[in-house]
Design a protein around this ligand. Structure first.
Ligand SMILES: C[S@@+](CC[C@H](N)C(=O)[O-])C[C@H]1O[C@@H](n2cnc3c(N)ncnc32)[C@H](O)[C@@H]1O
Length: 310
């Protein structure tokens, strides 16, 4: 059974069912090359969809769960600048976001979204989805004053912009040679091209109500989890910020935690990495059925960022 899991792993699965080679992501260079190759295969070579889940009902379910658990945290501190912002409108971080349609859905519902991905093509797809949502909304409302955007209503019927560089609603900032930031004119979407294991912006520390982690923790080599966990702890609001994570498990009695991505992840794997900064709130069990990889199930967990240590 595990042979099939390996063949259909995130990075090397191809529609042609080529040999099952797993590349350990030990260095940033090999990590970038492997993920770029995976995206190139998906987008240009007819490769399998791997981790992708496009069902809007599934994305809505994730958002509802995030809203549910964000609402049960401690109240914000009195010196919090944002204390008057209703908790039903969230500031959500989506690390290793790929082109997950969750991001555009959350943006469309009025939440603020920040994404990070290594691969520019994936970030471009994410940007296009948000642009499309905006154009669809603008087509019905004709003018948008609250967003600060000035997209012509006729643009709603135009073909989706292929490149973010050509999209007037996105502004590019080259933060460093390894980090590019795309800011949407709504002020509610920011997409970074860069390494989520690095600190991208100290101004973002302690500002997020929620992290949406779908196949992010479970996609990283276990040697990279500590750095990733440290970033999540930095970005989430102490005492209230929640981590909603979807990870995969192998459906067999004796599991292999060393092979992936996707890696087998259970509560104890999460808490081994995150336990010093997070409380475990809920295990959601299987959150929906998946076709790939064979022999795996998609499970959900909720953790809450503890208050800052004295
Ligand atoms: C398994 S995919 C999941 C994508 C998305 N969360 C989803 O479920 O549709 C992992 C994504 O993380 C990106 N990625 C991998 N390592 C990364 C890193 N260190 N920093 C930022 N992005 C990374 C890859 O390019 C890929 O798009």
């Amino acid at each position: 059974m595990f042979f099939f899991v390996a063949v259909q792993s995130f990075v090397v699965f191809k529609a042609s069912h080529s040999s099952p080679v797993i590349h350990p992501h030990k260095t940033i260079r090999s990590m970038v090359a492997n993920w770029e190759a995976a995206w190139h295969d998906i987008l240009h070579q007819g490769g399998g969809p791997r981790w992708k889940v496009d069902d809007p009902a599934v994305k809505d379910q994730a958002l509802q769960r995030i809203l549910q658990y964000c609402g049960t945290g401690q109240s914000r501190s009195s010196n919090d600048d944002d204390q008057h912002r209703p908790l039903s409108i969230l500031n959500i971080l989506c690390p290793l976001a790929g082109d997950d349609p969750f991001v555009a859905l959350a943006w469309q519902r009025g939440h603020t979204v920040t994404t990070i991905d290594l691969v520019p093509d994936a970030v471009a797809l994410q940007g296009q989805q948000i642009s499309r949502c905006q154009k669809a909304a603008t087509a019905t409302t004709i003018t948008s004053t609250s967003s600060g955007c000035s997209i012509d209503a006729t643009a709603a019927t135009a073909a989706p912009t292929e490149k973010m560089e050509e999209a007037e609603e996105w502004t590019e900032t080259v933060v460093s040679p390894a980090l590019t930031k795309w800011t949407h004119c709504s002020g509610r979407a920011t997409c970074y091209v860069g390494d989520a294991l690095q600190s991208i912006n100290e101004d973002l520390h302690g500002t997020f109500d929620a992290v949406y982690d779908k196949d992010a923790f479970g996609a990283l080599d276990p040697s990279m989890r500590a750095a990733y966990g440290a970033r999540l702890a930095e970005y989430l609001r102490p005492g209230t910020g929640i981590l909603y994570t979807e990870v995969k498990i192998q459906k067999k009695e004796v599991v292999d935690r060393t092979t992936g991505p996707p890696f087998h992840v259970e509560e104890n794997d999460l808490m081994d990495t995150l336990g010093s900064h997070f409380d475990y709130v809920a295990g959601l069990g299987q959150v929906y059925e998946i076709m790939f990889p064979l022999g795996m199930a998609q499970t959900g967990h909720v953790l809450r960022r503890r208050t800052l240590e004295e």
